[in-house]
Design a protein around this ligand. Structure first.
Ligand SMILES: [Zn+2]
Length: 126
């Protein structure tokens, strides 16, 4: 699996935030309408962070981000409800995680549903 380069990432996320539109979007590398995204929340004790992933089902390119959790959104997470040992496998890296996410997507468990928990201080993404 290859990572998207920075130009490709800019194309992926410039137009609309995934939080506002969860549909599959065009892959900047292979042009398939096959880019999916997934976010999980990690409570690190003193700090809560969001791990975000975007990947192309077709060419397998992907990108992962870590950002501070502003608490602006609540969302569903089908991985979170798995038993701990299984969940740990997926949390560890994209090689296991992304195929699992594709399966959940095809089963209708993904994309996630986002609910705006409170007004944002500023608009994300646009
Ligand atoms: Zn692609």
């Amino acid at each position: 699996m290859m990572e998207y380069d920075s130009d490709q990432v800019a194309k992926l996320y410039f137009e609309t935030s995934f939080l506002d539109d969860q549909s599959e979007r065009e892959c900047p590398a292979c042009k398939s309408i096959a880019v999916r995204a997934y976010i999980w929340r990690h409570d690190g004790g003193s700090r809560t962070v969001l791990f975000s992933y975007a990947w192309c089902k077709h060419c397998r390119r992907f990108k992962g981000w870590t950002t501070a959790d502003t608490g602006e959104f609540t969302f569903s997470d089908p991985i979170e409800s798995l038993p701990e040992p299984e969940r740990e496998i997926y949390r560890r890296g994209v090689a296991k995680l992304l195929p699992k996410l594709d399966k959940l997507w095809d089963e209708g468990e993904l994309p996630q549903t986002f609910v705006r928990a409170r007004s944002p201080k500023k608009r994300l993404g646009k």
